[in-house]
Design a protein around this ligand. Structure first.
Ligand code: PLP
Length: 358
């Protein structure tokens, strides 16, 4: 299968690690094993394949994140990246029409394209606070559309689809008989109100929710994600899954269950980091009028507009060479003229000062 270059991953692999200050990150400072309340039982975990579709303990913990799911409606995957891919492989065939709301994680359009689908991109606009215009969205979905891909809280804009707007999106999808794949890896990271927005799997019979330990739970190294959805779809996904997953590591499964069972302390820690990051960002924006952004409602990133006549790749390369700060060029997300900034990054304040100096 030929597939487009995964532009953000390529950029980050090349430049982020070498940066003195990495603001390309979407993760909130990862937790160490020491910070998890594990017990001596860890030494009894058998390092076999384990429970193939995820342990009952882990699936029970995942189920508690939803209002309307059962353990049978959930399957455990290699991160959200594995989850998204399995959804596409299970649902789509050559010629199917897919609508993807962008900017988003590139999987949401490049995998359907590689499968031979007819992919239509619906671009969010800054003037709408990076939220969809429902009339326009309704127009772009046709009777041929099979799948709509959404991502909220959104990477990279930090926008959060309000629950009542999600209800409207579901109504539109219902009218057009369209599946919704909702990438909810940042669910639980709303800055105001309930940190957890509604999940599409809970409110729509053709809603598929993807989650992961990487962002909300600060454990990207576990490589654990999941899919929640209708039983017949989960059965089909499990059929595909046998070809590319078998199981996740027994250790990952164990630590993920512990983290979800004790998620309150992770949430409190992350909320503090997010709040602090927003305050630092706000102050910096006041003093640096050549940059602007819609402040985040959730998630871990913002899309920063820069007022320089320079393509975003060039801007980011020059910035990193001269100041040691890595940002992600908007071009890698089909958003030229912008850069993505991870406002939960360590050393945010010093990194922003370096940008000002530059
Ligand atoms: C929207 C979105 N979906 C999926 C992923 C992949 O996450 P995971 O680490 O769980 O595979 C990312 C990673 O940045 C993401 O931002």
């Amino acid at each position: 299968m030929r597939i487009a270059d995964f532009k953000i991953e390529e950029w980050m692999n090349k430049y982020s690690e070498a940066a003195e200050f990495d603001l390309t990150t979407t993760c909130i400072s990862p937790l160490s094993i020491n910070e998890l309340p594990f017990s001596k039982e860890i030494f009894d975990v058998k390092l076999g394949y384990g429970d193939i579709e995820g342990s009952l303990r882990l699936k029970t913990a995942i189920k508690s994140l939803y209002c309307n799911q059962d353990v049978e409606n959930i399957t455990v995957t290699h991160g959200a990246i594995g989850a998204n891919q399995l959804v596409f492989l299970s649902l789509l065939e050559k010629g199917d029409e897919v609508v993807s709301i962008v900017p988003t994680y590139q999987q949401h359009y490049s995998i359907p394209e590689a499968l031979g689908c007819n992919v239509k991109l619906y671009f969010l606009e800054e003037k709408n606070n990076w939220l969809p215009d429902l009339e326009k969205l309704e127009q772009i979905l046709t009777s041929k559309t099979k799948l709509l891909c959404i991502n909220s809280p959104n990477n990279p804009t930090g926008s959060v689809i309000p629950d009542n707007m999600l209800d409207e999106i579901v109504k539109i999808a219902q009218r057009k008989n369209v599946w919704i794949l909702s990438d909810e890896v940042y669910r639980g990271l709303n800055l105001t109100g309930n940190p957890y927005s509604k999940s599409v799997a809970d409110i729509y019979e053709k809603g598929i929710s993807v989650g992961s330990m990487s962002k909300t739970y600060s454990l990207p190294g576990l490589r654990v994600g999941w899919i929640a959805g209708r039983l017949d779809l989960i059965n089909e996904i499990n059929h595909q899954r046998q070809y590319n997953t078998i199981s996740v590591s027994a250790l990952d499964d164990y630590f993920a269950a512990i983290a979800l069972e004790n998620r309150d302390f992770i949430a409190a820690r992350n909320f503090e980091i997010m709040q602090k990051g927003v305050c630092i960002l706000k102050e910096w924006l006041k003093q640096n009028p050549r940059f602007s952004c819609v402040l985040p409602s959730g998630g871990t990133t913002v899309l920063l507009k820069y007022n320089y006549d320079m393509p975003s790749r060039e801007f980011c390369r020059n910035l990193q060479k001269r100041s040691g700060v890595a940002l992600l060029p908007g071009e890698t997300m089909e958003m030229e003229g912008y850069v993505r900034l991870g406002y939960c990054a360590d050393n945010l304040k010093q990194a922003l000062e370096k940008i000002s100096e530059y």
